[in-house]
Design a protein around this ligand. Sequence first.
Ligand SMILES: Nc1nc2c(ncn2[C@@H]2O[C@H](COP(=O)(O)OP(=O)(O)O)[C@@H](O)[C@H]2O)c(=O)[nH]1
Ligand SMILES: [Mg+2]
Length: 570
Amino acid sequence: MLDFFTIFSKGGIVLWCFQGAGVTESFTGPVNALIRSVILQERSGNNSYTHDALNLKYKLDNEFELVFVVGFQKILTLTYVDKFIDDVQLHFRDRYKNELEQKGALTLLNSNFAFEDDFNMLLREAEESSKARGPNSMRSFNESLKSQKTVKSMIETKGGDKGKEQGGKKNKNYTQSCLLPSSKSPKPPKEKQKGKEKRVWTLGGSSTKELDYSESNGNGAHAAGDQGLDTQQSKYSLHGCTRLNAGGFGGMFGMLKGLVGSKSLSQEDMEPVLDKMRDHLIAKNVAAEIASQLCDSVAKKLEGKVMGTFTTVASTVKGALQDSLVQILQPKRRVDILRDVLEARSQRRPFVITFCGVNGVGKSTNLAKISFWLIENGFTVLIAACDTFRAGAVEQLRTHQRRLNSLHPPQDHGGRPVVQLYEKGYGKDAAGIAMEAIAYARNQAFDVVLVDTAGRMQDNAPLMTALAKLIAVNMPDLVLFVGEALVGNEAVDQLVKFNQALADHSMSDKPRLIDGIVLTKFDTIDDKVGAAISMTYITGQPIVFVGTGQTYNDLRSLNARAVVGALMKA
Ligand SMILES: Nc1nc2c(ncn2[C@@H]2O[C@H](COP(=O)(O)OP(=O)(O)O)[C@@H](O)[C@H]2O)c(=O)[nH]1
Ligand SMILES: [Mg+2]
Protein backbone atom coordinates (compact mmCIF):
# COMPACT_ATOMS: atom_id res chain seq x y z
CA MET A 1 0.00 0.00 0.00
CA LEU A 2 2.97 2.29 0.52
CA ASP A 3 4.50 3.69 -2.63
CA PHE A 4 7.88 4.26 -1.08
CA PHE A 5 9.86 4.80 2.07
CA THR A 6 13.22 6.46 2.10
CA ILE A 7 15.75 7.36 4.75
CA PHE A 8 18.35 9.95 3.92
CA SER A 9 20.80 12.17 5.75
CA LYS A 10 20.30 15.90 5.89
CA GLY A 11 23.47 16.09 3.85
CA GLY A 12 21.61 14.36 1.03
CA ILE A 13 22.95 10.78 1.21
CA VAL A 14 20.24 8.19 0.73
CA LEU A 15 20.87 5.51 3.35
CA TRP A 16 18.07 3.18 2.49
CA CYS A 17 14.91 3.09 0.44
CA PHE A 18 11.97 0.90 -0.29
CA GLN A 19 9.68 0.93 -3.29
CA GLY A 20 6.23 -0.65 -3.08
CA ALA A 21 5.41 -3.65 -5.26
CA GLY A 22 4.05 -2.59 -8.61
CA VAL A 23 5.14 1.03 -8.18
CA THR A 24 7.00 2.00 -11.27
CA GLU A 25 7.24 5.75 -10.92
CA SER A 26 10.40 7.13 -9.46
CA PHE A 27 9.94 8.91 -6.18
CA THR A 28 12.84 11.27 -6.72
CA GLY A 29 10.52 14.00 -7.97
CA PRO A 30 8.15 14.06 -4.99
CA VAL A 31 11.01 13.77 -2.48
CA ASN A 32 12.93 16.57 -4.16
CA ALA A 33 9.79 18.69 -4.14
CA LEU A 34 9.37 17.99 -0.44
CA ILE A 35 12.96 19.00 0.29
CA ARG A 36 12.71 22.11 -1.85
CA SER A 37 9.35 23.42 -0.79
CA VAL A 38 9.04 22.21 2.77
CA ILE A 39 12.25 21.22 4.48
CA LEU A 40 14.44 23.94 2.97
CA GLN A 41 11.79 26.58 3.31
CA GLU A 42 11.15 26.17 6.99
CA ARG A 43 7.67 24.85 6.61
CA SER A 44 8.25 21.67 8.53
CA GLY A 45 5.82 22.50 11.33
CA ASN A 46 3.35 20.21 9.67
CA ASN A 47 4.63 16.73 8.93
CA SER A 48 2.78 16.01 5.74
CA TYR A 49 2.98 17.28 2.21
CA THR A 50 1.00 16.58 -0.93
CA HIS A 51 2.59 16.24 -4.32
CA ASP A 52 0.31 15.48 -7.25
CA ALA A 53 -1.46 12.22 -6.39
CA LEU A 54 0.92 11.38 -3.56
CA ASN A 55 0.74 12.07 0.12
CA LEU A 56 4.14 12.37 1.75
CA LYS A 57 4.74 12.16 5.48
CA TYR A 58 8.11 12.84 6.93
CA LYS A 59 9.97 12.94 10.18
CA LEU A 60 13.18 14.72 11.02
CA ASP A 61 15.68 13.09 13.34
CA ASN A 62 17.69 16.04 14.50
CA GLU A 63 20.09 14.13 16.68
CA PHE A 64 21.45 12.02 13.84
CA GLU A 65 20.43 14.50 11.16
CA LEU A 66 18.24 12.08 9.27
CA VAL A 67 15.04 12.48 7.31
CA PHE A 68 12.45 9.70 7.06
CA VAL A 69 9.92 10.04 4.25
CA VAL A 70 7.03 7.79 3.37
CA GLY A 71 4.82 8.24 0.30
CA PHE A 72 1.43 6.77 -0.49
CA GLN A 73 -1.50 7.50 -2.75
CA LYS A 74 -3.55 10.48 -1.62
CA ILE A 75 -6.80 8.59 -1.91
CA LEU A 76 -5.72 6.06 0.72
CA THR A 77 -6.38 6.81 4.34
CA LEU A 78 -3.58 5.02 6.08
CA THR A 79 -4.11 5.57 9.76
CA TYR A 80 -1.00 3.73 10.82
CA VAL A 81 1.51 5.84 8.94
CA ASP A 82 2.34 8.31 11.72
CA LYS A 83 3.10 5.59 14.21
CA PHE A 84 4.85 3.51 11.59
CA ILE A 85 7.26 6.26 10.67
CA ASP A 86 8.06 6.72 14.37
CA ASP A 87 8.67 2.99 14.74
CA VAL A 88 10.94 2.86 11.73
CA GLN A 89 12.88 5.83 13.04
CA LEU A 90 13.42 4.23 16.43
CA HIS A 91 14.33 0.91 14.95
CA PHE A 92 16.76 2.37 12.47
CA ARG A 93 18.43 4.51 15.11
CA ASP A 94 18.84 1.59 17.43
CA ARG A 95 20.15 -0.72 14.84
CA TYR A 96 22.67 1.65 13.27
CA LYS A 97 23.57 3.70 16.30
CA ASN A 98 27.28 3.07 15.92
CA GLU A 99 27.43 4.12 12.28
CA LEU A 100 25.20 7.12 12.85
CA GLU A 101 27.08 8.34 15.88
CA GLN A 102 30.21 8.76 13.82
CA LYS A 103 28.30 11.18 11.57
CA GLY A 104 30.61 12.09 8.69
CA ALA A 105 29.49 11.56 5.10
CA LEU A 106 32.17 8.97 4.44
CA THR A 107 31.01 6.66 7.22
CA LEU A 108 27.48 6.87 5.93
CA LEU A 109 28.56 6.16 2.39
CA ASN A 110 30.63 3.17 3.44
CA SER A 111 28.04 1.69 5.74
CA ASN A 112 25.66 -0.97 4.61
CA PHE A 113 22.16 -0.33 5.84
CA ALA A 114 20.46 -3.64 5.12
CA PHE A 115 17.19 -2.68 6.65
CA GLU A 116 14.75 -4.62 4.44
CA ASP A 117 13.86 -7.39 6.87
CA ASP A 118 13.31 -5.07 9.80
CA PHE A 119 11.30 -2.75 7.63
CA ASN A 120 9.10 -5.49 6.26
CA MET A 121 8.49 -6.79 9.73
CA LEU A 122 7.52 -3.35 11.00
CA LEU A 123 5.31 -2.76 8.00
CA ARG A 124 3.55 -6.08 8.45
CA GLU A 125 2.98 -5.33 12.12
CA ALA A 126 1.63 -1.88 11.34
CA GLU A 127 -0.70 -3.11 8.62
CA GLU A 128 -1.97 -5.95 10.73
CA SER A 129 -2.52 -3.79 13.76
CA SER A 130 -4.52 -1.33 11.70
CA LYS A 131 -6.58 -4.18 10.22
CA ALA A 132 -7.03 -5.95 13.49
CA ARG A 133 -8.07 -2.84 15.26
CA GLY A 134 -11.55 -2.72 13.76
CA PRO A 135 -14.02 -1.31 16.24
CA ASN A 136 -11.89 -0.59 19.25
CA SER A 137 -12.64 -2.76 22.22
CA MET A 138 -11.52 -1.36 25.52
CA ARG A 139 -8.44 -2.85 27.06
CA SER A 140 -8.51 -3.79 30.65
CA PHE A 141 -6.31 -1.74 32.88
CA ASN A 142 -3.88 -4.60 33.32
CA GLU A 143 -3.47 -4.93 29.58
CA SER A 144 -2.83 -1.28 29.03
CA LEU A 145 0.60 0.22 28.70
CA LYS A 146 -0.38 2.69 31.31
CA SER A 147 -0.43 0.13 34.09
CA GLN A 148 3.09 -0.93 33.25
CA LYS A 149 4.22 2.60 32.87
CA THR A 150 3.08 3.51 36.33
CA VAL A 151 4.98 0.67 37.89
CA LYS A 152 8.07 1.54 35.97
CA SER A 153 7.96 5.16 36.78
CA MET A 154 7.43 4.32 40.42
CA ILE A 155 10.60 2.32 40.41
CA GLU A 156 12.45 5.15 38.81
CA THR A 157 11.21 7.68 41.31
CA LYS A 158 12.34 5.46 44.09
CA GLY A 159 15.83 5.47 42.71
CA GLY A 160 15.84 9.25 43.06
CA ASP A 161 15.71 9.67 39.32
CA LYS A 162 14.51 12.47 37.11
CA GLY A 163 10.89 12.04 38.08
CA LYS A 164 8.18 10.27 36.26
CA GLU A 165 6.61 13.26 34.66
CA GLN A 166 9.60 14.44 32.77
CA GLY A 167 11.00 10.99 32.05
CA GLY A 168 7.63 9.99 30.72
CA LYS A 169 7.10 13.00 28.51
CA LYS A 170 10.54 13.37 27.09
CA ASN A 171 11.65 10.43 24.99
CA LYS A 172 8.06 9.29 24.93
CA ASN A 173 8.71 7.06 21.97
CA TYR A 174 11.72 5.35 23.41
CA THR A 175 9.94 4.66 26.63
CA GLN A 176 7.09 3.09 24.82
CA SER A 177 9.29 0.98 22.67
CA CYS A 178 11.08 -0.48 25.62
CA LEU A 179 8.14 -0.75 27.93
CA LEU A 180 6.79 -4.11 26.89
CA PRO A 181 9.97 -6.15 26.95
CA SER A 182 11.07 -4.53 30.18
CA SER A 183 8.01 -5.76 31.98
CA LYS A 184 8.52 -9.28 30.72
CA SER A 185 12.16 -9.90 31.24
CA PRO A 186 13.88 -9.26 34.54
CA LYS A 187 16.99 -8.12 32.71
CA PRO A 188 16.43 -4.75 31.03
CA PRO A 189 17.01 -4.83 27.29
CA LYS A 190 19.62 -2.71 25.61
CA GLU A 191 17.43 0.31 24.94
CA LYS A 192 16.24 0.40 28.45
CA GLN A 193 19.72 0.24 29.78
CA LYS A 194 20.53 3.15 27.56
CA GLY A 195 17.59 5.10 28.83
CA LYS A 196 18.57 4.43 32.35
CA GLU A 197 22.22 4.97 31.77
CA LYS A 198 21.39 8.41 30.52
CA ARG A 199 19.76 9.35 33.74
CA VAL A 200 22.46 7.79 35.83
CA TRP A 201 24.96 9.59 33.68
CA THR A 202 23.28 12.88 34.39
CA LEU A 203 23.43 12.25 38.06
CA GLY A 204 26.94 10.87 37.76
CA GLY A 205 27.79 13.98 35.82
CA SER A 206 26.61 16.06 38.64
CA SER A 207 29.07 14.47 40.94
CA THR A 208 32.01 14.59 38.56
CA LYS A 209 31.71 17.01 35.69
CA GLU A 210 29.15 19.31 37.11
CA LEU A 211 31.01 19.30 40.36
CA ASP A 212 33.38 21.64 38.64
CA TYR A 213 30.65 24.11 38.09
CA SER A 214 29.38 23.78 41.58
CA GLU A 215 32.87 24.57 42.72
CA SER A 216 33.14 27.59 40.54
CA ASN A 217 29.74 28.51 41.75
CA GLY A 218 31.08 28.19 45.23
CA ASN A 219 33.66 30.79 44.31
CA GLY A 220 30.78 32.88 43.20
CA ALA A 221 32.39 33.84 39.92
CA HIS A 222 31.62 31.29 37.24
CA ALA A 223 27.88 30.98 37.58
CA ALA A 224 27.39 34.65 38.07
CA GLY A 225 29.44 35.27 34.95
CA ASP A 226 27.28 32.91 32.96
CA GLN A 227 24.16 34.61 34.01
CA GLY A 228 25.56 38.03 33.45
CA LEU A 229 26.23 37.27 29.81
CA ASP A 230 22.70 37.72 28.69
CA THR A 231 19.95 38.48 31.10
CA GLN A 232 17.30 37.29 28.72
CA GLN A 233 19.00 34.00 28.19
CA SER A 234 19.37 33.36 31.87
CA LYS A 235 15.73 34.19 32.31
CA TYR A 236 14.80 31.50 29.81
CA SER A 237 17.16 29.07 31.42
CA LEU A 238 15.53 29.66 34.74
CA HIS A 239 12.27 28.60 33.19
CA GLY A 240 13.83 25.29 32.35
CA CYS A 241 15.25 25.06 35.79
CA THR A 242 11.87 25.25 37.46
CA ARG A 243 10.78 22.15 35.66
CA LEU A 244 13.96 20.30 36.34
CA ASN A 245 13.63 21.14 40.01
CA ALA A 246 10.21 19.66 40.00
CA GLY A 247 11.83 16.52 38.72
CA GLY A 248 14.04 16.33 41.75
CA PHE A 249 17.26 18.23 40.97
CA GLY A 250 18.78 20.52 43.52
CA GLY A 251 18.48 24.26 42.90
CA MET A 252 21.89 25.16 41.55
CA PHE A 253 22.33 21.95 39.61
CA GLY A 254 19.02 22.46 37.90
CA MET A 255 19.93 25.95 36.85
CA LEU A 256 23.27 24.92 35.46
CA LYS A 257 21.61 22.18 33.53
CA GLY A 258 19.49 24.81 31.86
CA LEU A 259 22.51 26.88 31.01
CA VAL A 260 24.93 24.27 29.87
CA GLY A 261 24.07 22.08 26.95
CA SER A 262 24.63 18.40 27.47
CA LYS A 263 21.30 16.86 26.62
CA SER A 264 19.01 16.70 23.68
CA LEU A 265 16.34 19.35 23.35
CA SER A 266 12.75 18.45 24.01
CA GLN A 267 9.55 20.31 23.14
CA GLU A 268 9.10 21.20 26.78
CA ASP A 269 12.57 22.71 27.05
CA MET A 270 11.86 24.93 24.11
CA GLU A 271 8.27 25.86 24.85
CA PRO A 272 8.84 28.89 27.09
CA VAL A 273 11.43 30.29 24.69
CA LEU A 274 9.28 29.65 21.65
CA ASP A 275 6.31 31.35 23.30
CA LYS A 276 8.43 34.42 23.87
CA MET A 277 9.75 34.33 20.30
CA ARG A 278 6.24 34.00 18.92
CA ASP A 279 5.05 37.03 20.86
CA HIS A 280 8.12 38.93 19.77
CA LEU A 281 7.47 38.17 16.10
CA ILE A 282 3.83 39.18 16.44
CA ALA A 283 4.89 42.45 18.07
CA LYS A 284 7.06 43.04 14.98
CA ASN A 285 3.91 42.72 12.85
CA VAL A 286 4.40 39.16 11.62
CA ALA A 287 0.92 37.67 11.11
CA ALA A 288 0.03 35.59 14.18
CA GLU A 289 -0.64 32.46 12.15
CA ILE A 290 2.72 32.67 10.44
CA ALA A 291 4.57 33.35 13.71
CA SER A 292 3.05 30.17 15.16
CA GLN A 293 3.88 28.08 12.12
CA LEU A 294 7.44 29.36 12.12
CA CYS A 295 7.94 28.55 15.78
CA ASP A 296 6.48 25.07 15.26
CA SER A 297 8.86 24.54 12.40
CA VAL A 298 11.83 25.63 14.51
CA ALA A 299 10.70 23.25 17.27
CA LYS A 300 10.53 20.36 14.81
CA LYS A 301 13.94 21.23 13.51
CA LEU A 302 15.55 21.31 16.93
CA GLU A 303 13.76 18.54 18.77
CA GLY A 304 16.20 15.85 19.74
CA LYS A 305 19.22 17.90 18.80
CA VAL A 306 22.04 17.77 21.28
CA MET A 307 23.12 21.24 22.27
CA GLY A 308 26.77 22.17 22.29
CA THR A 309 28.39 22.91 25.60
CA PHE A 310 27.79 26.36 27.03
CA THR A 311 24.81 27.08 24.84
CA THR A 312 21.46 27.89 26.32
CA VAL A 313 18.11 26.76 25.07
CA ALA A 314 17.27 30.38 24.34
CA SER A 315 20.32 31.05 22.22
CA THR A 316 19.90 27.79 20.31
CA VAL A 317 16.26 28.53 19.52
CA LYS A 318 17.04 32.13 18.66
CA GLY A 319 19.81 31.05 16.28
CA ALA A 320 17.56 28.53 14.56
CA LEU A 321 14.77 31.04 14.21
CA GLN A 322 17.15 33.61 12.77
CA ASP A 323 18.39 31.09 10.19
CA SER A 324 14.81 30.24 9.30
CA LEU A 325 13.92 33.88 8.77
CA VAL A 326 16.89 34.49 6.51
CA GLN A 327 15.99 31.35 4.60
CA ILE A 328 12.41 32.54 4.09
CA LEU A 329 13.49 35.93 2.78
CA GLN A 330 16.17 34.56 0.51
CA PRO A 331 14.74 34.45 -3.01
CA LYS A 332 14.22 30.90 -4.21
CA ARG A 333 13.92 32.03 -7.76
CA ARG A 334 15.92 34.43 -9.82
CA VAL A 335 13.93 37.55 -10.57
CA ASP A 336 16.05 39.69 -12.82
CA ILE A 337 13.66 42.00 -14.59
CA LEU A 338 16.29 43.86 -16.61
CA ARG A 339 17.67 40.64 -18.05
CA ASP A 340 14.21 39.29 -18.78
CA VAL A 341 13.24 42.52 -20.55
CA LEU A 342 16.33 42.23 -22.72
CA GLU A 343 15.43 38.69 -23.57
CA ALA A 344 11.87 39.67 -24.48
CA ARG A 345 13.28 42.47 -26.60
CA SER A 346 15.43 40.01 -28.51
CA GLN A 347 12.23 38.08 -29.26
CA ARG A 348 10.63 41.30 -30.49
CA ARG A 349 7.88 41.32 -27.92
CA PRO A 350 7.19 43.56 -24.93
CA PHE A 351 7.77 42.32 -21.39
CA VAL A 352 4.47 42.61 -19.52
CA ILE A 353 4.10 43.24 -15.79
CA THR A 354 0.71 43.35 -14.06
CA PHE A 355 0.26 45.08 -10.71
CA CYS A 356 -2.50 43.96 -8.40
CA GLY A 357 -3.51 44.44 -4.78
CA VAL A 358 -6.14 45.98 -2.53
CA ASN A 359 -7.13 49.69 -2.61
CA GLY A 360 -4.69 52.42 -1.77
CA VAL A 361 -1.61 50.29 -1.18
CA GLY A 362 0.47 52.18 -3.73
CA LYS A 363 0.04 50.28 -6.98
CA SER A 364 0.02 53.33 -9.26
CA THR A 365 2.73 55.21 -7.37
CA ASN A 366 5.11 52.28 -7.38
CA LEU A 367 4.29 51.49 -10.99
CA ALA A 368 5.51 55.01 -11.77
CA LYS A 369 8.69 54.44 -9.73
CA ILE A 370 9.34 51.20 -11.60
CA SER A 371 8.78 53.04 -14.92
CA PHE A 372 11.42 55.55 -13.86
CA TRP A 373 13.86 52.76 -12.97
CA LEU A 374 13.27 51.02 -16.30
CA ILE A 375 13.71 54.28 -18.24
CA GLU A 376 16.95 55.00 -16.36
CA ASN A 377 18.09 51.58 -17.53
CA GLY A 378 17.44 52.50 -21.14
CA PHE A 379 14.07 50.89 -21.79
CA THR A 380 10.85 52.35 -23.17
CA VAL A 381 7.65 51.89 -21.22
CA LEU A 382 3.96 51.76 -22.08
CA ILE A 383 1.64 52.23 -19.11
CA ALA A 384 -1.74 50.54 -19.55
CA ALA A 385 -4.39 52.36 -17.51
CA CYS A 386 -6.55 49.40 -16.55
CA ASP A 387 -7.88 50.92 -13.34
CA THR A 388 -11.11 51.95 -15.04
CA PHE A 389 -12.86 52.12 -11.71
CA ARG A 390 -11.48 54.77 -9.40
CA ALA A 391 -12.11 58.39 -10.36
CA GLY A 392 -8.82 60.11 -11.10
CA ALA A 393 -6.86 56.89 -11.64
CA VAL A 394 -6.18 57.66 -15.31
CA GLU A 395 -5.25 61.30 -14.61
CA GLN A 396 -2.85 60.17 -11.87
CA LEU A 397 -1.00 58.03 -14.40
CA ARG A 398 -1.06 60.82 -17.00
CA THR A 399 0.62 63.13 -14.52
CA HIS A 400 3.33 60.55 -13.90
CA GLN A 401 3.80 60.02 -17.63
CA ARG A 402 4.26 63.79 -18.20
CA ARG A 403 6.71 64.07 -15.32
CA LEU A 404 8.74 61.11 -16.45
CA ASN A 405 8.89 62.44 -19.99
CA SER A 406 10.07 65.79 -18.73
CA LEU A 407 12.82 64.07 -16.71
CA HIS A 408 13.84 62.13 -19.83
CA PRO A 409 12.85 64.45 -22.72
CA PRO A 410 12.19 62.79 -26.11
CA GLN A 411 15.02 64.77 -27.74
CA ASP A 412 17.49 62.80 -25.60
CA HIS A 413 15.99 59.58 -26.92
CA GLY A 414 15.91 60.03 -30.66
CA GLY A 415 12.75 62.15 -30.62
CA ARG A 416 10.65 59.36 -29.16
CA PRO A 417 8.89 59.66 -25.77
CA VAL A 418 10.31 57.07 -23.40
CA VAL A 419 6.99 56.52 -21.71
CA GLN A 420 3.46 56.60 -23.05
CA LEU A 421 0.05 56.08 -21.54
CA TYR A 422 -2.47 53.72 -23.09
CA GLU A 423 -5.95 54.58 -21.81
CA LYS A 424 -9.59 54.18 -22.77
CA GLY A 425 -11.20 56.18 -19.99
CA TYR A 426 -13.43 54.65 -17.34
CA GLY A 427 -15.99 51.87 -17.05
CA LYS A 428 -14.53 49.67 -19.80
CA ASP A 429 -13.38 46.08 -19.51
CA ALA A 430 -9.88 46.12 -18.07
CA ALA A 431 -8.80 42.81 -19.64
CA GLY A 432 -9.65 44.16 -23.10
CA ILE A 433 -7.71 47.39 -22.57
CA ALA A 434 -4.68 45.43 -21.38
CA MET A 435 -4.83 43.26 -24.48
CA GLU A 436 -5.03 46.28 -26.78
CA ALA A 437 -2.17 47.94 -24.93
CA ILE A 438 0.04 44.87 -25.32
CA ALA A 439 -0.73 44.70 -29.03
CA TYR A 440 0.00 48.44 -29.37
CA ALA A 441 3.30 48.03 -27.52
CA ARG A 442 4.30 45.19 -29.81
CA ASN A 443 3.56 47.31 -32.90
CA GLN A 444 5.31 50.37 -31.53
CA ALA A 445 8.26 48.35 -30.20
CA PHE A 446 7.93 49.31 -26.56
CA ASP A 447 10.17 47.26 -24.31
CA VAL A 448 7.87 46.97 -21.31
CA VAL A 449 4.13 47.21 -20.64
CA LEU A 450 3.14 48.02 -17.07
CA VAL A 451 -0.50 47.21 -16.42
CA ASP A 452 -2.12 49.18 -13.59
CA THR A 453 -5.27 47.56 -12.21
CA ALA A 454 -8.07 48.72 -9.95
CA GLY A 455 -7.67 48.01 -6.26
CA ARG A 456 -9.99 45.33 -4.99
CA MET A 457 -10.75 43.76 -1.68
CA GLN A 458 -9.93 40.08 -1.59
CA ASP A 459 -13.52 39.26 -0.62
CA ASN A 460 -15.09 40.94 -3.63
CA ALA A 461 -15.79 37.94 -5.83
CA PRO A 462 -16.80 39.71 -9.08
CA LEU A 463 -13.74 41.97 -9.03
CA MET A 464 -11.44 39.09 -8.18
CA THR A 465 -12.86 37.12 -11.08
CA ALA A 466 -12.26 40.09 -13.37
CA LEU A 467 -8.61 40.26 -12.26
CA ALA A 468 -8.17 36.53 -12.78
CA LYS A 469 -9.60 36.95 -16.27
CA LEU A 470 -7.26 39.85 -17.06
CA ILE A 471 -4.28 37.70 -16.09
CA ALA A 472 -5.50 34.51 -17.75
CA VAL A 473 -6.22 36.28 -21.04
CA ASN A 474 -3.10 38.40 -21.27
CA MET A 475 -0.54 36.02 -19.74
CA PRO A 476 1.79 38.70 -18.38
CA ASP A 477 5.42 37.77 -17.82
CA LEU A 478 5.23 38.85 -14.21
CA VAL A 479 2.30 39.23 -11.80
CA LEU A 480 3.30 41.50 -8.95
CA PHE A 481 1.25 41.74 -5.81
CA VAL A 482 1.51 45.15 -4.23
CA GLY A 483 1.12 45.12 -0.44
CA GLU A 484 1.70 47.64 2.31
CA ALA A 485 4.36 46.96 4.90
CA LEU A 486 1.81 48.23 7.42
CA VAL A 487 -0.35 45.17 7.01
CA GLY A 488 -0.47 42.68 9.90
CA ASN A 489 -2.67 39.61 10.14
CA GLU A 490 -4.59 40.77 7.10
CA ALA A 491 -1.62 39.88 4.87
CA VAL A 492 -2.42 36.17 5.08
CA ASP A 493 -6.03 36.64 4.01
CA GLN A 494 -5.16 39.00 1.17
CA LEU A 495 -2.51 36.81 -0.38
CA VAL A 496 -4.28 33.52 0.10
CA LYS A 497 -7.45 34.89 -1.51
CA PHE A 498 -5.68 36.62 -4.39
CA ASN A 499 -3.82 33.43 -5.21
CA GLN A 500 -6.97 31.38 -4.77
CA ALA A 501 -8.93 33.61 -7.14
CA LEU A 502 -6.18 33.42 -9.75
CA ALA A 503 -6.15 29.63 -9.45
CA ASP A 504 -9.93 29.24 -9.48
CA HIS A 505 -10.58 31.35 -12.52
CA SER A 506 -7.64 30.32 -14.55
CA MET A 507 -8.33 28.50 -17.75
CA SER A 508 -5.20 26.40 -17.75
CA ASP A 509 -3.98 23.51 -15.61
CA LYS A 510 -1.03 25.50 -14.46
CA PRO A 511 -2.60 28.75 -13.32
CA ARG A 512 -0.63 31.96 -13.16
CA LEU A 513 -0.32 32.93 -9.52
CA ILE A 514 1.50 35.81 -7.88
CA ASP A 515 5.14 35.77 -9.03
CA GLY A 516 6.51 38.47 -6.81
CA ILE A 517 5.77 41.13 -4.26
CA VAL A 518 6.16 44.89 -4.12
CA LEU A 519 6.29 45.88 -0.47
CA THR A 520 5.28 49.54 -0.15
CA LYS A 521 5.37 52.23 2.55
CA PHE A 522 8.42 50.61 4.12
CA ASP A 523 9.45 54.08 5.26
CA THR A 524 6.48 54.27 7.63
CA ILE A 525 6.95 51.18 9.79
CA ASP A 526 10.13 51.71 11.81
CA ASP A 527 11.35 48.23 12.78
CA LYS A 528 7.98 46.49 12.53
CA VAL A 529 9.07 44.69 9.39
CA GLY A 530 7.00 41.53 9.93
CA ALA A 531 4.88 41.95 6.78
CA ALA A 532 7.94 41.04 4.72
CA ILE A 533 8.04 37.65 6.43
CA SER A 534 4.29 37.04 6.27
CA MET A 535 4.10 37.80 2.56
CA THR A 536 7.10 35.75 1.47
CA TYR A 537 6.12 32.89 3.73
CA ILE A 538 2.62 32.59 2.29
CA THR A 539 3.47 32.96 -1.34
CA GLY A 540 6.96 31.49 -1.36
CA GLN A 541 7.74 34.31 -3.78
CA PRO A 542 10.38 37.00 -3.48
CA ILE A 543 9.94 40.64 -2.61
CA VAL A 544 11.05 42.17 -5.87
CA PHE A 545 10.83 45.84 -4.89
CA VAL A 546 10.47 47.80 -1.70
CA GLY A 547 8.80 51.22 -1.81
CA THR A 548 10.35 53.60 0.67
CA GLY A 549 8.68 56.95 -0.02
CA GLN A 550 6.83 59.03 -2.55
CA THR A 551 9.51 60.13 -4.99
CA TYR A 552 10.71 58.23 -8.05
CA ASN A 553 13.94 57.35 -6.31
CA ASP A 554 12.27 55.67 -3.37
CA LEU A 555 12.51 52.17 -4.72
CA ARG A 556 14.84 49.58 -3.22
CA SER A 557 15.50 45.87 -3.22
CA LEU A 558 15.14 43.92 -0.03
CA ASN A 559 18.11 43.33 2.24
CA ALA A 560 17.18 40.06 3.92
CA ARG A 561 19.85 40.28 6.64
CA ALA A 562 18.84 43.81 7.60
CA VAL A 563 15.20 42.80 7.81
CA VAL A 564 16.03 39.80 9.98
CA GLY A 565 18.23 42.03 12.13
CA ALA A 566 15.31 44.39 12.68
CA LEU A 567 13.02 41.47 13.43
CA MET A 568 15.28 39.94 16.05
CA LYS A 569 16.12 43.25 17.70
CA ALA A 570 14.57 43.42 21.15
N1 LIG B 1 5.26 56.77 2.47
C1 LIG B 1 4.95 56.10 1.37
N2 LIG B 1 3.79 56.35 0.73
C2 LIG B 1 3.49 55.67 -0.39
C3 LIG B 1 4.38 54.69 -0.89
N3 LIG B 1 3.82 54.16 -2.00
C4 LIG B 1 2.63 54.79 -2.17
N4 LIG B 1 2.43 55.71 -1.22
C5 LIG B 1 1.27 56.57 -1.04
O1 LIG B 1 0.11 55.78 -0.88
C6 LIG B 1 -1.03 56.46 -1.41
C7 LIG B 1 -1.80 55.55 -2.35
O2 LIG B 1 -1.03 55.31 -3.50
P1 LIG B 1 -1.64 54.86 -4.89
O3 LIG B 1 -0.49 54.59 -5.78
O4 LIG B 1 -2.66 55.80 -5.38
O5 LIG B 1 -2.35 53.51 -4.48
P2 LIG B 1 -3.23 52.52 -5.38
O6 LIG B 1 -4.64 52.77 -5.03
O7 LIG B 1 -2.81 51.17 -4.93
O8 LIG B 1 -2.91 52.78 -6.80
C8 LIG B 1 -0.49 57.69 -2.10
O9 LIG B 1 -0.68 58.79 -1.27
C9 LIG B 1 1.00 57.41 -2.26
O10 LIG B 1 1.77 58.57 -2.27
C10 LIG B 1 5.61 54.44 -0.18
O11 LIG B 1 6.44 53.59 -0.54
N5 LIG B 1 5.84 55.17 0.93
MG1 LIG C 1 -4.09 53.25 -8.39
